[in-house]
Structures are given as C-alpha cells and as structure tokens.
Design a protein around this ligand. Structure first.
Ligand SMILES: *Cc1c(COP(=O)(O)O)cnc(C)c1O
Length: 438
C-alpha cells in the first residue's frame, strides 16, 4: 500500500514513513492510495472471529510491505485486549462501549496500535525513539498507556499544572518505566509551545531521535475502522440496515468508519453528532466549511472549532458536498440537552451515558425516529466515570469506581515539575538521553 498527502499525488510514501513522519510537510494529511474491497464471503466470515483477529485481517493490506503478518497479529492482540460490549439500550439501539481500555476512552485503540507499530520500527532499526506530547488531559494519557513498556521508545508527556483532573494526572504520572510526565507551570499552550520548539530545534534533533504521537497519524485511524466491522458482524440481520452514530470532535473516529465503508462494509449512513462546536453539521447543512474558535462544553473532547480530519472527509468524498451529506448526517446539541439525555436514559432505561455518548444518543434517537428496519449503534467513546461530576449530578447517584482504574489511587505519583523556559526543557531532554551538556 502506498500513501499520499491529500495535497500532493506525486510523491508516494510507505506505511513506515507515514507512521514515523505523522504529517506531510505540505499541510495536507496522509491517506492510503486505495482501499482493499472485501466481498460478502469475507463479511460473513467475521462473525466467527474475535475483534483482534478482525483487526489483523482488516489492517494487513495497509501495512504488509512494512510489517510481517505475525508481528501485526501481536500488535493487534495487544491493542485489542479489552472487552467491547454491545449493550442494548432500547429496541434496535445499541451502545458499543469503546471505553474499557486503560484510559477509559476509545483513543486507547489508536494509541496502542500506533505504539505497537512504532515499537516494531524502533526494534527493526535498533534505534531509540523519543516521543514528545503535550496534553490538556486525555490524549496524553492514552499515548502514555499505549507506549508503556514498549522497548526502544521513551515517552515524555507535558501537562499544565493544576489544569487536568486528578484521574487524568494519575493516569499520566503513575506509570513510570519508559514514561515521564512533566508538570509545566503554565497552560496547555505553553506545553504545546515547548514541544513544537523541540521539534524545530535542529541541534536537538541531530542529537536525539524525536517523534510525535500526533492524533492524525494514519496508525491511529486504521484501528478505528476495526470496531465498525466487529459491531456489524455481531448485529447484522437480513432485515435491518445498520447505522453508526459517532460523537465527533476532530472527526478521526468517524473517518475510521468511512474507511470501513470504503472497504465495502454495507453502511448507508453515519451520524455525526457534535456539541455546539458544529462546524461540520453546518457544512453538511449549508455547504460551507467555516472553522471558528472552539467553545467550552461538558463534552469537552469534542470542543473543536477546526476539525483536523475534515481534510480527509473531503478526500474521501472528492469534495462533493451532495455526496458527503447523503452519507453523513449531522446533528448538534447544547449542554442542557446533553445533561438531560443522561438523566432521561438513566431513568428510562437504567443505562449510564457519558456526556459525549449522550450527544450521540440524542442524534441517533432523532435519526431513528420514524425509520423502521434500522439498527442504530452508538459509539460510546468515554466511561461515565471520566466525567463523574456532571454524570452524578444528572443521575442523582454516585458512580462506582470501575475495576480498570481501581489500583490507580494506590500508586505513587512520579512527575518532574518544570517552568515554561525552553532551555530547561531542552537540557532535560539532552541529559535524559545521556548527551553531555556543555
Ligand atoms: C477524542 C474524543 C472524541 C472525538 O473523537 P474524534 O475522533 O476527535 O472525532 C469523542 N469522545 C471522546 C470521549 C473523545 O476522547
């Protein structure tokens, strides 16, 4: 499989190159040149396979020049090693819980798969890779957990002091081993500036091998197409169409679903559900893409004013607005509606949603209203405990601490406090890598 930038069809890249590079230099995004097309026999065979087996089969054509099948199988076994329940919330309405991984959100799939690929490439080249990532809370945790104990890869995560939740801080700071958490006395922007500066620092890059774990890396998208195949294989029936509702921010998760559709998975519609950061629903409605500053909401992982994967949606649909809106249906909701949905679903069905899932619930319910012969699958992207304050208020009950994180509160916190000055950060990176500072 070759990959190209969405902005340049002349220069092909290998899978290994796009994983290590993350982003092309021309401001575009990497996309596979083609998609393998599967036939009905393939789809029928999926119902007998486990999710990690499905992952290996679906992903292999995209990586086969760079990753041997047996290595890919190990990577997938490790990335898909937690349960993915499909819970029936109400008739013909399922919640696919993508939140049983170590950081309790769907980003664990992408982060763990990408970590596996990078770990393999590092071992192949016998080099040490240093991943740098700034986080406002969530992504950093998924990356840190994904790379935990990966040979040949060291991870440094920068987070703003006092601006992440206690749970998030514990997820970043209790791992140890090859994961280092730096607590920056500043904002998320300050953290990001330090990381950006390090990537642009030629002297530093000559001495150590830096890499990013960017959320728009192709290696994070491919595993996000797998659970669409999985859910379809478990819930398909001859009578019903299947649709997916995806709580969306940067639109990476829904892009994974569109990849599955390009491979032949028979899905008519995807439901893009957002909070009031509704640039994509507005585009679907009016035909114009107008990025704007983000607005803070209770479903804060979707507070995105300029979704980075919009470029990929345009590539998939050839910039054809009519075609895009035929396949993707946009819906958006306010915080009040979101919190009401949490309360309503708990009362009526005894099921607990997180705020992101609640936005998706509203959208899917609205879409299904009046449509018969359709099974709706909601991608529940985060565990309610991650947003305990809002959820507990909405349902009027305390949430139980899930077993996935029950030991987090007994572990020792390891962090390196630091100021905002770049020189301090650079010295730290050099020293950690054993490079002498003059
Ligand atoms: C990241 C995230 C989203 C949005 O996913 P995108 O791929 O950015 O659209 C939704 N819900 C949760 C809980 C997330 O962490």
């Amino acid at each position: 499989m070759k990959y190209f930038s969405t902005k340049n069809k002349n220069r092909p890249f290998s899978f290994k190159e796009v994983v290590i590079k993350g982003l092309p230099d021309d401001n575009g995004l990497f996309m596979p040149e083609t998609f393998p097309k599967y036939d009905s026999d393939f789809f029928e065979s999926l119902s007998e396979k486990s999710i990690d087996q499905i992952a290996t089969e679906v992903i292999y054509p995209f990586v086969k020049e760079d990753i041997p099948e047996n290595v890919l199988r190990d990577i997938c076994e490790n990335a898909f090693n937690f349960k993915v329940p499909l819970t029936e919330v109400k008739p013909s309405f399922y919640s696919m819980e993508l939140y049983h991984g170590p950081t309790l959100a769907f980003k664990d799939f992408g982060a763990r798969f990408m970590a596996g690929c990078m770990g393999f490439f590092a071992s192949e080249n016998d080099t040490e890779v240093n991943i740098l990532a700034a986080t406002s809370g969530d992504t950093g945790g998924a990356v840190a957990a994904g790379f935990y104990k990966t040979n040949g890869v060291k991870v440094t995560i920068l987070y703003p002091k006092g601006k992440v939740s206690e749970l998030q801080e514990r997820q970043l700071t209790t791992l140890g081993e090859n994961i280092t958490a730096i607590e920056v006395d500043g904002t998320f922007d300050d953290c990001q500036k330090l990381v950006k500066k390090a990537f642009l620092d030629e002297e530093l890059n000559k001495k150590i091998n830096l890499s990013s774990a960017n959320s728009i890396n192709v290696a994070r998208l491919l595993p996000q197409s797998v659970y669409y195949f999985y859910a379809w294989s478990r819930l398909k029936s001859d009578k019903n169409k299947i649709v997916f509702a995806v709580p969306s921010g940067n639109f990476g998760n829904i892009t994974g679903g569109l990849f599955a559709r390009m491979m032949g998975l028979p899905i008519d519609n995807f439901i893009a559900a957002t909070n009031v950061n509704k640039v994509v629903p507005d585009y679907l409605d009016q035909g114009e893409f107008l990025p704007r500053p983000s607005i803070q909401t209770v479903s804060n992982a979707m507070d995105v004013g300029n979704p980075s994967n919009f470029e990929r949606l345009m590539a998939i649909f050839n910039k054809n607005w009519q075609l895009t809106r035929q396949i993707i249906k946009g819906y958006y909701y306010t915080d009040e509606e979101t919190l009401d949905a949490i309360s309503h679903v708990h009362q009526k069905y005894g099921y607990i949603l997180d705020p992101h899932g609640a936005v998706g619930y509203k959208a899917l319910s609205s879409y299904l209203n009046g449509r018969t012969n359709t099974t709706g699958i909601l991608l529940e992207t985060a565990h309610p405990i991650k947003f305990a304050e809002h959820v507990e208020k909405s349902i009027g009950e305390k949430l139980k601490i899930p077993e996935e994180i029950s030991d987090l509160y007994d572990k020792e916190i390891l962090k390196i406090p630091m100021g905002k000055a770049y020189s301090e950060f650079k010295d730290y990176l050099l020293e950690k890598s054993g490079v002498k500072i003059k």
